[in-house]
Write a protein that binds this ligand. Structure first.
Ligand SMILES: [Mg+2]
Length: 382
């Protein structure tokens, strides 16, 4: 769907009837690289082209970090255990992740974004929002997005998809609409209709669990969501209610924030059965360190402080932290510090029901916000 190219492709042609009357429409672009890690690997190794490729470890507890489009046809998805992926696609080729290369490409594309606006908000290595409202050299945001896509292709040999709209919420959904190598424009006039047809699970911030809850309440689409009162949403979704209420109307006033400073990055797990054995706890800590380290690599954020959180069976929840004079250098260092902190809290007769690891102390280098286990819980800052 190449929306509204006939109408000059502009996203400013009409005032959205849902926006505050005094707010001029903005021009927001969301750029998302197509199957980023996998595409980089296929670019750099011709033998992988046209083949089902998964970036990630193939053995044991390995997890797919990214899948090529050929692999996706078999149902291989990122975050899927490699064992499952292999079952779905026996010919799947596993490739080790090369984050240094992904970071270099990421810097290249950010350089291109920055030539249009200072208002660039990266969400990860391969995704960013741009506010191009003030850019005057091209007539429309659509033209800017097309030029960016061409320049990204020329500079990196990789394709990306673009969503063009008047807010972040719609731009992000739009970039997914015509993937790969596609563009989708949602004008202020089209916004409310576009949202009405959308399945709620495609709303940013609606995870599988929330989507299920909504379904039980008879809410499947944006139109269903829009039909609910603020009171109803408040009763069922608490602090997310306002976000849903506005999103269902295509409204999202969040600014593109270029200098978000990451404060912490971590993960924690609760266990169905209390852990008593140190070896078992260290094994669990290893899994958590893997997750945290993966997130750190993805967002290029390495903190100097490591915090261990532990919950005993009686719910007492102490934390222990240690700060280094350098950013944590490896997953093994993270785990070693975590284990050292763990040893200050065990053995303990109560048993342990939760373990967590967090990195903080990023200085000025980070460019994203708090990322804990549920990055999808967006809308809190709306
Ligand atoms: Mg992507």
């Amino acid at each position: 769907m190449l929306a509204d190219r006939r109408h000059n492709g502009t996203v400013t042609e009409t005032q959205p009837d849902t926006a505050p009357a005094d707010a001029p429409p903005r021009k927001i672009i969301h750029i998302d690289m197509d199957a980023f890690y996998a595409s980089v690997e296929q670019r750099d190794n011709p033998e992988l082209r046209g083949k089902p490729v998964a970036v990630g470890g193939s053995s044991g507890r390995g997890v797919v970090a990214a899948a090529s489009y050929e692999a996706r046809k078999f149902g291989v998805r990122s975050a899927m255990p490699s064992v499952t992926a292999k079952r779905r696609c026996p010919d799947l080729i596993f490739v080790r992740a090369r984050f240094d290369i992904y970071r270099a490409v990421s810097n290249q594309i950010r350089g291109i974004f920055k030539s249009y606006t200072e208002l660039v908000e990266p969400l990860s290595l391969d995704e960013a929002y741009l506010d191009v409202t003030a850019y005057r050299k091209l007539p429309t945001a659509t033209a800017i997005a097309e030029e960016i896509r061409t320049r990204v292709k020329d500079a990196t040999g990789l394709t990306c998809s673009a969503g063009v709209s008047y807010n972040k919420f719609l731009a992000k959904i739009a970039s997914d609409q015509n993937k790969p190598d596609g563009i989708c424009v949602v004008t202020p006039r089209q916004g409310p209709k576009f949202v009405a047809r959308l399945p709620v699970r495609r709303f940013h911030g609606v995870g599988p669990k929330t989507a299920e809850r909504m379904q039980r309440l008879g809410i499947e689409t944006g139109a269903d969501l829009r039909a609910q009162s603020q009171e109803f949403l408040q009763a069922h979704f608490g602090k997310s209610a306002n976000y849903y209420y506005r999103a269902a109307r295509g409204i999202d006033d969040r600014q593109v924030k270029p200098n978000r400073i990451r404060k912490s990055l971590g993960a924690e797990r609760t266990y169905g059965e209390d852990l008593h054995d140190r070896d078992a706890m260290v094994a669990k800590l290893e899994e958590i360190a893997d997750t945290v380290w993966q997130r750190a690599e993805k967002s290029e954020s390495y903190g100097r402080t490591v915090t261990l959180k532990l919950r005993y069976a009686d719910f007492e929840t102490p934390t222990r932290a240690r700060s280094l004079d350098h950013p944590v250098a490896s997953r093994n260092e993270l785990l070693a510090i975590g284990t050292e902190l763990l040893d200050t809290l065990i053995p303990d007769p109560r048993g342990v029901r939760l373990l967590g690891l967090t990195m903080s102390g990023f200085g000025e280098t980070g460019d994203t916000v708090d990322e804990q286990d549920q990055p999808a819980q967006l809308g809190l800052d709306i």
